[in-house]
Design a protein around this ligand. Structure first.
Ligand code: GLU
Length: 422
């Protein structure tokens, strides 16, 4: 990729792209196009605090590529958000959508705030003002935001309402699909909330099928107990996996006999995190990663498994439910040691898959059942996992490389068929 940026995370994303485009002998013109985001928006916008004071926040929307369809990707609210992180995340969205063969491109947005430190009224003002400032840079056939870390269905409801208020009355119904991951009552899809976690579980089931092993009785540790981690925990428990540890920002809980995921969810809802859950012992984060488990699911932030802690990992399977949780360096060590890593653009694709279903339902004024959505999600995940497995065998490479190659091939084909304007 070009030396567009120097941040660690963007370098990770750039390396993923470089490796894949080289491995499939991609046309250099297309490589160049994919090596930098198409559009990068930096928006400084004022927000009034409850004290009456104003603060100017910086928000981003990076539109990486739209050759396959409208730009698509979440909006992240987290104190660590910066331009380079959003660039990396937007790049990964292009490859994720291509791998799942969705008619979407890749984008990501973010604001460097801690939503937990804002009142509801302040948060709503941030969302509405940011959406207003995005203006015509988002749209139901142009760029479609969704939830990501620190944002949720309520955030999407406010975004949708703000956007619709900028449209003429005759256009409003049709523009609801400007965001996905909305509350069901506002046109959201059943099953969108649990989609990323359930999708990760489907990817894991596929891997165990490939290995001819059963998930029943396997042990797992999950990092992150937000939208992705908590739904992954439920889905894995349904498959007979024993969840023995869960870590979140408040602490780590561990019970070698298996945690009761539903009880832990109720506790975390009530107390704002897993800490102090009675039926468990606490652990330090280093101990969490070194637990003797079969499956490790990093479902929180990026760059969690690195050269610094990879040697302590004892799990034999890693499901990258977060975006970029394992660095390339750590992944190489793991794969060399025979650990199976389900790469993020496959493992966490369930969210954007069901976002697509939501968009289609809105576009056709239809409402699918939860069963319908879940079956389609399963089929989409297994189809992508099949293609990754086949390419991996064919090319004798890692699953991560195979996933990127699979995505890059589609992008290459589409550019080849369309040609490059002018
Ligand atoms: N934020 C999610 C992701 O990283 C979902 C994106 C979407 O649904 O558009 O894949």
């Amino acid at each position: 990729m070009t030396s567009h940026s120097t941040s660690r995370l963007y370098q990770e994303a750039a390396a993923n792209v470089d490796q894949a485009t080289a491995a499939i002998d991609m046309d250099p013109k297309v490589r160049h196009i994919l090596s930098a985001p198409m559009n990068e928006l930096i928006i400084n916008f004022p927000v009034q605090r409850d004290t009456g004071d104003y603060e100017v926040l910086q928000g981003y929307r990076i539109q990486h590529n739209n050759v396959l369809g409208p730009y698509k990707g979440g909006i992240r609210f987290h104190p660590g958000v910066d331009l380079d992180e959003v660039r990396a995340l937007a790049t990964w969205m292009t490859f994720k959508c291509a791998l799942l063969q969705l008619p979407f491109g890749g984008a990501k947005g973010g604001v460097a705030i801690d939503p937990h430190l804002l009142s509801d009224a302040e948060l709503e003002r941030v969302v509405r003002r940011f959406t207003h400032s995005l203006g015509e840079n988002i749209g139901p056939e142009f760029d479609i935001p969704a939830p990501d870390m620190g944002t949720d269905a309520r955030t999407m409801g406010w975004m949708m309402d703000t956007y619709l208020n900028s449209r003429g009355p005759g256009e409003r119904q049709n523009a609801r699909r400007v965001v996905t991951g909305k509350p069901v009552e506002l046109g959201g899809s059943l099953g969108r909330d649990s989609a990323t976690g359930r999708g990760a579980a489907y990817a894991l089931r596929h891997l165990y099928g490939e290995l001819d092993r059963t998930l029943v009785g396997e042990t797992a540790a999950i990092q992150g107990f937000g939208n992705v981690g908590s739904h992954a925990a439920v889905a894995l428990s349904e498959l007979g996996v024993k969840i023995i540890a869960i870590a979140d920002v408040t602490g780590v809980v561990h019970d070698p006999d298996g945690l009761d995921v539903e009880k832990l969810r109720a506790h975390a809802d009530d107390r704002g995190g897993v800490a102090d859950y009675p039926q468990s012992e606490g652990l330090r984060v280093e101990e969490f990663f070194a637990l003797d488990v079969d499956i490790l699911v990093p479902a929180a932030l990026e760059t969690q498994i690195t050269a610094a802690n990879v040697d302590s990992i004892r799990a034999r399977v890693i499901v990258e439910a977060a975006n970029g949780p394992v660095t390339a360096e750590a992944a190489a060590v793991l794969e060399h040691g025979g650990v199976h890593v389900i790469p993020d653009i496959l493992a966490n694709a369930g969210g954007v898959v069901v976002s697509y279903y939501e968009w289609v339902q809105n576009k056709t004024s239809d409402r699918w059942t939860a069963k319908d959505v879940d079956e389609r999600l399963r089929d989409a995940m297994w189809d992508a996992a099949d293609r990754v497995a086949n390419r991996r065998l064919e090319r004798r490479c890692t699953r991560r490389q195979a996933a990127y190659m699979e995505a890059a091939s589609l992008l290459q084909t589409v550019y080849g068929l369309r040609g490059i304007f002018p």
